[in-house]
Design a protein around this ligand. Structure first.
Ligand code: SAH
Ligand code: SF4
Length: 367
């Protein structure tokens, strides 16, 4: 069975040609699958009956299985989604007054091992397929439609207006599937999201950033987290391969093609590690050539992390230094705290193939 959820519109058109059908069927199928959330070919009334029967025999619209749905006191919702028998991932919906943001995962675990990230600590199992990535949007849309009366919204309005690739995994380490899934998000026949409202967050895979700006430019967030290579090498180990200077140059190149005229630098606030006045001043020097905003993320604790969240007063001082230099700075509010849905807390279930999580256990035991 071919899972049609894996295809963007061009790939779907190729599929139809490959089974001897007209390529324009792709647009119709995209609307049924993604726009209306229909999985049953029998219900696709503008498609000839013979073709519907043929599709039933050789294709499917395979969406990932929801294992658990949790709703926080603040309205945040989290879905635990099965990737296979041994693994699961998480997606989170964050409702706000003027928008609704869905945070989705791109990998089962993550191989990049940032020290303050619970996903990084779990190790890596595998990449998600395009259908598993776009399937998170499909699942969330359908769940919200059922409970919030999605169909009653005025034309053009969407409950999910924004998508951020900030869940489990490093999206640029799963490049092809992530790009295909984002193309489906942007497709008017599917979810019709604006490029400015789809944000990819990366820890800084420089060559993939250069590819992304050509293949599928969307809003970019970069997990900077440290203002010098010595500290970044330690807490974001990929920095050893792509140090800060190269990363900043890649940001400048990205902005030439980006839908927004700034990069958002994410900066996790770790008590006593990266949150001093000196760090803030260094940060200003480091980013000076990149038009940017800052998003300070108070560290969200998890068991045995070894880190503490910066004190509120320190976060304020840090923010004020950046603001005084003329930057827009937001301090990320923690949402969905009661259901462990905050940044860096998404854990799912990862059967580690790298054996890294065992090393962490060993270290914890030794300490
Ligand atoms: N791999 C990508 C995207 C997923 S993480 C990346 O690293 O950018 C999304 C954001 O949450 C990143 O900025 C990440 O550094 C941050 N994050 C990870 N663990 C965190 C934690 N425990 N507390 C706060 N933010 C965290
Ligand atoms: Fe991976 Fe991002 Fe976590 Fe780093 S912060 S380990 S890149 S998911």
């Amino acid at each position: 069975m071919t899972n049609l959820l894996n295809f963007n519109q061009t790939q779907l058109a190729d599929y139809f040609v490959s089974i001897g059908e007209k390529p324009f069927r792709a647009k119709q199928l995209m609307r049924w699958m993604h726009h209306f959330g229909v999985r049953d070919f029998g219900q696709m009334t503008d498609i000839a009956k013979v073709l519907r029967e043929k599709l039933k025999l050789e294709a499917e619209i395979g969406v990932p299985e929801v294992l658990l749905e949790q709703v926080s006191d603040d309205g945040t919702r989290k879905w635990l989604i099965g990737a296979d028998e041994a693994n699961s991932i998480e997606a989170v919906f964050i409702p706000e007054d003027a928008r609704g943001t869905l945070c989705i995962s791109s990998q089962v675990g993550c191989a990049l091992a940032c020290t303050f990230c619970s996903t990084g600590r779990q190790g890596f199992n595998r990449n998600l397929s395009a259908s598993e990535i776009i399937g998170q949007l499909w699942v969330a849309n359908n769940a919200l439609r059922q409970t919030d009366g999605y169909d009653m919204l005025p034309a053009g309005e969407r409950i999910i207006s924004n998508v951020v690739m900030m869940g489990m995994g490093e999206p640029l380490a799963n490049y092809d599937s992530v790009v295909t899934a984002m193309q489906i998000m942007l497709d008017d026949s599917a979810y019709g999201l604006s490029r400015r409202c789809v944000t990819l967050s990366t820890s800084g895979l420089v060559p993939a950033m250069d590819r992304l700006k050509e293949d599928c430019p969307v809003a970019l967030a970069v997990s900077l987290h440290a203002p010098n290579d010595a500290l970044r090498d330690e807490i974001v180990p990929i920095n050893k391969k792509y140090p800060i200077k190269d990363l900043m140059a890649a940001c400048e190149r990205y902005l030439v093609k980006a839908p927004r005229d700034f990069v958002t630098f994410e900066y996790v606030m770790l008590d006593g590690v990266n949150d001093t006045v000196e760090h803030a001043r260094q940060l200003l020097t480091v980013v000076k050539n990149v038009p940017c905003k800052f998003n300070l993320i108070p560290f969200n604790p998890f068991k045995n992390s070894g880190y503490e969240t910066s004190k509120t007063s320190h976060i304020r001082v840090f923010r004020d230094i950046l603001m005084a230099a003329g930057y827009v700075v937001t301090v990320r509010k923690t949402r969905g705290d009661d259901i462990d849905a905050a940044c860096g807390q998404l854990a799912g279930k990862v059967l580690d193939k790298t054996k890294r999580s065992f090393k962490h256990v060993a270290i914890e035991v030794a300490v």
